[in-house]
Design a protein around this ligand. Structure first.
Ligand code: C5P
Length: 238
């Protein structure tokens, strides 16, 4: 799917996620399954979503020794998901192991899942990075350096704020994926996201994909809101 809008299925159970998806009928979606839903339901949630024809970003943010990440990624590739992620802070060997695990777990003739890295969590401020993580650099530099390490390690892109995309694209090229949460319609409540942009702005800034959760999942009319936000993201007039 070219430049997808990924819906974050942040629900406590598969039955809640199914309830939400009913409105969408047969529409093929790109959905994100995070820790909450996956830890509750396990692989059966992935199996269900695949049977419905949806593309899947399994957002488990792996961060462990290379050997463990290798074998875990092998298992995730066997599930047939389309996109997975790790923490870049795990380092180059860990990220290379992630890639190798995904290759090893992909059945012949299937596409290898794309793998992206989290640079710094959006909840980490520069102050926290300096005082708790003991990284004495400016936050944007760290994000861009971690993104460069991700690319060197053979991964496909990063999760980042849309506001960081121009600098990342400039340094690493537009083929390197930038998957950006923190998206709101102009009329929405911001919630706990500190820095948010509209789908139109994310497109202007050059994001490869946007991740939208509450703006759609908590909308009065989720399908209508999805269509509006998708059209805005794709630059289509409705
Ligand atoms: O509801 P909202 O649109 O804020 O949801 C954003 C989704 O993206 C959530 O699933 C959240 O966990 C995820 N995310 C994020 N910031 C990151 C990485 C992931 O908001 N840096």
């Amino acid at each position: 799917m070219h430049r997808p809008l990924i819906i974050a299925l942040d629900f406590p159970s598969l039955s809640d996620a199914k309830g939400f998806l009913t409105d969408f009928g047969k529409e093929q979606l790109f959905v994100k399954v995070g820790m909450e839903l996956y830890y509750q339901e396990g692989p059966s949630v992935i199996q269900f979503l695949k049977e419905q024809g949806h593309l899947i970003f399994l957002d488990l943010k792996l961060h462990d020794i290379p050997n463990t990440v290798y074998s875990s990624m092998k298992r995730l590739a066997e599930l047939g998901v389309d996109l997975v992620n790790v923490h870049a802070a795990g380092g180059r060997k860990m990220m290379e192991a992630a890639r190798e695990g995904l290759e090893a777990g992909t059945a012949l003739g299937q596409s290898i899942p794309k793998c992206i890295a989290v640079t710094q969590l959006t909840s980490t401020t520069e102050n926290v990075m300096r005082s708790e993580l003991l990284i004495e650099r400016n936050l944007l530099d760290v994000v861009v350096e971690y993104a460069a390490l991700t690319k060197k390690s053979g991964l496909d892109g990063v999760v980042c704020s849309s506001l960081e995309v121009p600098v990342i694209n400039n340094r690493l090229g537009t083929e390197f994926m930038t998957v950006t949460p923190g998206i709101r319609q102009a009329s929405d409540a911001v919630g706990d996201q500190a820095r948010v942009v509209t789908p139109e702005k994310a497109r202007e800034l050059g994001s490869t994909a946007i991740v939208v959760g509450r703006s759609i999942t908590r909308a009065n009319d989720p399908l209508q809101t999805y269509k509006q936000m998708k059209a805005a993201w794709e630059g289509v007039q409705v």
